[in-house]
Design a protein around this ligand. Structure first.
Ligand code: PLP
Length: 409
């Protein structure tokens, strides 16, 4: 009898992995690429200052955590309705009405697994092959990937940096064609921190109704506005017909890991999104939904406290960045990111030629984690998150200033 080893077939040569075409339509984000490299350096014992992460450093407020724990202790751990529990849908529409003056019904709300999921559901159900979706730049990384995944084509309209990254309505209107299916607006904007005006939203909504496209409004940072009152286009009279709001509890309540977001939209679209969701994720985590009810219906003081702290950090971060020779930085009007222009530091002999090279060199030479502007569709910027402590901000700014001095030598 032949030895056993010889009867075992040799391993088949690795079959070439043939993924579906849609896999090729989405790219790994530069945000993720930078995070992976930072993780590698950290694992090797490198001391890093992290301005890369886009999440609050605050713990989830105690009363929200307690509601989640109470739900677990009460064995609220089974499936819920795919659209979310009734009391959460009610809390979503009531808190949106309280904060922004909108008037949605629970049937026009869908609880999703984070705001990203609300966007994915909406884009998947609206965008067909050949459709165009207008996205102002700089933009949040996932918009274009989700649009391409659905088979659509993002049409980029650059914001005006000289006007604090305001979006020019005429520029947007010029980009509308017969194939335009939607416009995605994210205000306050990640990464620029720009807050688009009410006039702009009203004008875009008017155009959407007139030309028959959708306005997808990403309100992930809507409560983090430094000047004036928070605003939602959902508060405009008769706004609903062509509007999808993607909301999130992640940043507002420091709940990134709980994965709760929501969509507000006309009922037929909500039903289509629900149908998709029922075949993909089903409901958002049951106990996290109970925590979300506590977040939306309980005291809003933690949100005010976090906003006050972000305001303080914003001053430190932006003053520090703007003081560095070669760096220009606007004071962002919302969210928790600074988006300085580093053009004057690029292209020097031996130095970085692009934001990607700049961020990579900054990480390796100075141990500062940032996200290069390529991730957000611009070619002269680097994103700094100030959702981190003032002492870390000071330490990182010192390293950053020293790094930039070496580039100017
Ligand atoms: N929209 C924007 C602009 C974001 O920056 C993020 C997260 O970084 C999201 C949506 C998604 O947030 P989540 O899925 O955690 O609710």
């Amino acid at each position: 009898m032949a030895p056993l080893a010889s009867t075992v077939a040799p391993p088949a040569p690795a079959a070439a992995l043939k993924l579906a075409a849609r896999a090729g339509r989405i790219a790994v984000s530069a945000t993720a690429a930078m995070a992976i490299e930072a993780e590698r350096l950290r694992a090797a014992g490198r001391d890093l200052v992290d301005f890369g992460v886009g999440e609050p450093d605050f713990p989830t407020p105690a009363h929200i955590q307690a509601a989640g724990v109470a739900a677990l202790e009460a064995h609220f751990t089974k499936y819920t309705h795919t659209a979310g529990i009734a009391e959460l849908k009610q809390a979503i529409v009531a808190s949106h009405a309280r904060d922004f003056g909108s008037s949605y019904l629970p049937a026009e709300a869908l609880v999703t697994v984070g705001g990203k999921h609300a966007l994915f559901n909406a884009i998947s159900m609206l965008v067909d092959h050949g459709d165009e979706v207008i996205v102002p730049s700089p933009y949040w990384v996932s918009f274009c990937e989700q649009i391409r995944y659905a088979g659509g084509a993002p049409v980029i309209v650059p914001c005006d940096e000289a006007k604090r990254f305001a979006l020019d309505f005429d520029a947007l209107a010029r980009a509308v064609t017969s194939r335009t299916k939607a416009v995605v607006l994210n205000s306050p904007c990640n990464p620029s921190g720009a807050v688009f005006s009410r006039d702009l939203f009203q004008a875009v909504l008017g155009l959407a109704r007139q030309r028959g496209f959708w306005l997808i409004s990403d309100e992930c940072y809507s409560r983090f506005v430094y000047d004036g009152e928070p605003y939602s286009v959902g508060s405009e009279p008769a706004s609903k017909e062509r509007l999808v709001i993607a909301g999130s509890l992640s940043k507002t309540y420091a709940m990134t890991g709980w994965r709760i977001g929501f969509a507000l939209a006309p009922e037929p679209l909500i039903r289509a999104m629900l149908n998709l969701q029922s075949h993909v994720t089903s409901n958002a985590a049951s106990f996290a939904q109970k925590a979300a009810v506590a977040a939306l219906t309980g005291t809003q003081q933690p949100v005010a406290d976090m906003l006050a702290e972000y305001r303080r950090r914003r001053e430190i971060m932006v003053a520090g960045l703007a003081a560095v020779p070669g760096v220009a930085c606007w004071l962002p009007a919302g969210a928790f990111y600074a988006y300085p222009n580093v053009r004057r530091l690029l292209g020097r002999p031996g130095g970085p030629r692009s934001p990607m090279e700049f961020s990579t060199q900054l990480l390796h030479d100075a141990g500062v984690v940032t996200v290069p502007g390529e991730a957000f569709g611009t070619s002269e910027h680097v994103r700094f998150s100030y959702a981190t402590s003032p002492s870390i901000i000071h330490a990182g700014l010192e390293r950053f200033a020293a790094f930039c001095r070496t580039l100017l030598k």
